[in-house]
Design a protein around this ligand. Structure first.
Ligand code: HEM
Length: 514
């Protein structure tokens, strides 16, 4: 049917209830039966300016393109207009956006960057395709129904070793085939990792972004860096191959960014630790098999890997984002773990916890910035296609001023992040702790605070649609509701800004004066 062609005049004959056709972008749709099911009501389709007419502008002022691609609506198409060509391009999985600033400059035609090579470009293309084809449908579904990431998607992520790559470069990649072999474990660097984080962040489903095994990104490194070889040999493959899930259990109702205030207690009983206490806001906790727990002992702090058992309960916490993230309140009621599960030395637990933070914060910066950039793209498109007061929104100077601020924020954040990532590629972990821990704190503060400014601007630009969970503004609504997460997780914005300044103060030469 869709192969038939019609003239505009022929379509115009079908302009009434029971026999109703419309044209959208050179395609003819028979909406005779659909009209009574139309979520926007029957009346709008039966008006004189729409019934039997070309309704392209009206349609794109009110719907996302994806509506027409849904199978139940795509099959309403009965043909095309003779001599006209479809003009509006659907996004092709893996393809880059042509909208200015929708992609970081290194991916934009004709721009150069000192940081990325051809391997990064090939890698980015495959990762984007994978995320759009395999992950995105699951993300949209789980963000809505609150269920955890599908095992099928976990298995496919693991086939490509994406969870392993999200831990960063290192020995855990040895012998693994990364993204079908595009990059070798030796070549893999923090820019490859940044690329994965960007694709995660731009999904536009913030709860799922954390549900996408974020617990593993922060919960496994203490095992990798401080666990015994036997513990690593058992746990690391289980987790990186998607057979078991892990989360990091540090924050408590008693202590969030103030890690020193922890009250969970670990007591020795022969060859076992007995853990008692509670943990709050634990990402992926509802479905985790292992908990990397920070606790107090008589001899200072300790970090222990605690397996799920009857004495561990993880209750879902309702938050502003989707429960697909598995955010939980975890109770350890005399939970037991072998002393062999100790991660690092007893009394050195705080060092284990802190050693994790730079990478966690950098990862949040990557995903947060990608989400922010996605919003810039949404706003550039929307302000071009939305007609208000008789002309596109982007003809209003006040709207362009908001766009200017949004673009400047995302671009400045990008270049700062890339500079920091380059340092990570060239510094040992100790050097990073010394030289860029404070910078990463400041960078995170910058990205998350600008993110919330962009969320506000975008909501104003989208108007009512910016506060509606479905339809045109769904990404903006999700971003506006969830951008405060990035400002809090991994150390809250104010604490991190302060960390950056304190590090700078510590390094002030004592012998300088104005
Ligand atoms: C094949 C053609 C069409 C299909 C499949 C379709 C489908 C939909 C769907 C699924 C929605 C719910 C919102 C969303 O998911 O975006 C919707 C809303 C709406 N539609 Fe359509 N529609 C079509 C054509 C039109 C046309 C030509 C008009 C013209 C004026 C129109 C006016 C509206 C309005 C006013 C809403 C409510 C928008 C809102 O709540 O913001 N639709 N439509």
């Amino acid at each position: 049917m869709a192969g038939r062609t019609f003239t505009v005049e022929e379509v115009a004959q079908h302009n009434k209830a029971g026999d109703l056709w419309i044209i959208i972008d050179a395609k003819v749709y028979d909406v005779s039966k659909f009209v009574n099911l139309h979520p926007g009501g029957a009346g709008v389709l039966l008006t004189k300016t729409v019934a039997g007419k070309d309704a392209t502008d009206a349609f794109f002022g009110l719907h996302r393109h994806e509506v027409l691609l849904r199978p139940q609506y795509a099959r309403l198409q009965v043909g095309t207009i003779a001599g006209q060509k479809e003009y509006i391009k659907a996004a092709v999985p893996g393809e880059l956006s042509g909208v200015p600033y929708a992609e970081p400059a290194w991916l934009s035609q004709g721009f150069h960057s000192p940081y990325y090579n051809d391997n990064h470009r090939r890698f980015q293309k495959e990762v984007r395709k994978f995320f759009e084809e395999v992950v995105l449908p699951d993300a949209v579904k789980c963000e809505d129904n609150g269920k955890r990431i599908s095992q099928d998607v976990v298995d496919k992520l693991c086939e490509n070793n994406i969870p392993a790559m999200r831990i960063g470069p290192g020995k855990h990649l040895k012998g693994r085939k990364l993204m079908g072999g595009i990059v070798t474990p030796e070549e893999f660097d923090h820019f490859h990792e940044l690329i994965i984080n960007f694709e995660v962040g731009r999904l536009g489903t913030r709860g799922y972004v954390d549900g996408l095994l974020a617990g593993q990104v922060i919960g496994l490194p203490p095992v990798l860096n401080f666990g015994s070889p036997e513990l690593q040999a058992k746990v690391v493959p289980e987790v990186l191959d998607g057979k078991k899930f892990i989360c990091l259990a540090i924050s408590e109702a008693f202590a969030g960014s103030d890690v020193g205030g922890l009250q969970t207690y670990a007591e020795r009983d022969g060859d076992e630790w007995v853990i008692t206490g509670t943990k709050k806001w634990i990402t992926n906790g509802t479905f985790a098999d292992y908990f990397t727990v920070a606790a107090r002992t008589d001899k200072g702090y300790v970090v222990v890997l605690v397996p799920r058992q009857d004495a561990v309960s993880a209750k879902a916490i309702k938050t502003a984002y989707s429960s697909t993230a598995g955010t939980s309140y975890v109770t350890f009621d005399g939970a037991r773990a072998p002393v062999a599960n100790t991660l690092g030395a007893v009394g050195q637990g705080m060092q284990v916890v802190l050693s994790n933070f730079n990478h966690e914060r950098w990862m949040i910066v990557c995903t947060s910035l990608a989400a922010q950039r996605r919003i810039v793209e949404e706003c550039l498109k929307w302000t071009a296609q939305r007609i208000a007061f008789g002309k596109p929104l982007n003809t209003q100077a006040v709207v362009r001023a908001r766009l200017a601020a949004m673009i400047a924020r995302v671009e400045s954040g990008q270049y700062w992040l890339e500079f920091v990532t380059h340092q990570m590629n060239n510094m040992s972990y100790d050097e990073q702790s010394d030289k860029i821990a404070g910078t990463i704190g400041l960078l995170k503060q910058y990205i998350t605070s600008t993110g919330r400014e962009t969320a506000e601007d975008a909501t104003l630009i989208f108007g009512g649609r910016g506060i509606t969970q479905t339809g045109m503004g769904r990404l903006v609504e999700n971003y506006h509701r969830t951008s405060p997460y990035d400002a809090i997780l991994g150390g809250s914005e104010d604490v991190l800004g302060d960390l950056g300044v304190r590090q700078a103060i510590k390094k002030l030469p004592t012998n300088v004066r104005l």
